[in-house]
Design a protein around this ligand. Structure first.
Ligand code: ZN
Length: 287
């Protein structure tokens, strides 16, 4: 007596023929010929996720075999900056570095990084909006990303991190990848990119630009705000702060915005210069 029920159940299942007819999910849609010609001109973007797979394939064929894997963060950044601060900064710096270095693309920014213990919460994890990875998760994520890129023909994966907690994991991952890859590909960890924020380099550079900060105790500063401003004024809450007379940070006025944006562009260019020099030095050291 089960037969009618069984037949009814089978009747409701989609048939193979119906499945293949669904646009975008047919067998050919899921397995296009890897050698198919690109039917349209390629777009000029360094960002992997803004390119089609054919544009990426042809870029690699044309010699763009280096790729930047940048790590940002999602964390508390004071009362004015959005939690994605580091990711916004990286949108500007990675493009500048890739274009200056040449033959380089940029992988999607990794927004998930170690931010503190999850349970009980420590460091930035004490604040809503923060997402933290355990060190092992972070390194596993970086490893899978780098190995995916290597599988497609990238021969150099360049790790840079915009936040302090990201540095050790990238360094360890790069060392492990190099041990595994041997001569077929290489991973470079470039700490000089982050060093901009430390060792007095940032304040020295700002002083050289005529900017004198007085720490107000927020996880925020003029250079960070200026770099974010070059990417998106919404990310630093320009409008809302002006309405309250708070469009300043660490005692430095951020208006006129054009002036701060110009400073941000200079900061991005400066970091690109320092980072590219460090990448070239790291390359020379590996030859
Ligand atoms: Zn940070």
């Amino acid at each position: 007596m089960l037969l009618p029920i069984l037949l009814a159940a089978i009747a409701t299942l989609p048939s193979a023929a119906q499945t293949t007819k669904r646009p975008g999910l047919s067998t050919t849609a899921m397995t296009p010929d890897p050698a198919m010609p690109r039917p349209i001109d390629a777009r000029d973007s360094v960002f992997l996720e803004e390119l089609t797979w054919l544009e990426v394939r042809d870029a690699i064929r044309a010699g763009k075999t280096s790729i930047i894997v940048a790590t940002g963060g999602v964390e508390q950044n004071g009362p004015y900056l959005v939690t994605g601060k580091h990711n916004y900064v990286l949108r500007g710096t990675t493009e500048a570095i890739a274009r200056k270095l040449g033959n380089t693309l940029v992988a999607p920014v990794v927004p998930f990084v170690p931010e503190g213990d999850i349970e009980p919460p420590s460091s930035h994890m004490k604040y809503p909006g923060t997402i933290s990875l355990r060190a092992a998760t972070f390194q596993a994520l970086l490893t899978d990303i780098a190995e995916s890129l290597e599988a497609h023909g990238f021969r150099e994966v360049i790790f840079i991190g915009d936040s302090g907690g990201n540095q050790a994991g990238m360094k360890e991952t790069a060392a492990r990848l190099n041990a595994k890859w041997g001569t077929k590909a290489r991973a470079l960890f470039i700490p000089e990119y982050y060093d901009f924020y430390n060792s007095g380099a940032l304040s020295k550079w700002l002083e050289s630009q005529g900017v004198h900060e007085k720490d107000e105790g927020h996880h925020d500063n003029v250079a960070i705000t200026a770099m974010m401003l070059t990417v998106d004024p919404e990310s630093v809450r320009m409008r809302e702060r002006r309405a309250k007379g708070r469009f300043s940070i660490n005692g430095v006025a951020l208006d006129p915005a054009e002036k701060t944006i110009a400073l941000g562009k200079k900061a991005v260019a400066y970091r690109a210069e320092v980072t590219v020099a460090a990448i070239q030095k790291a390359r020379a050291g590996r030859k």
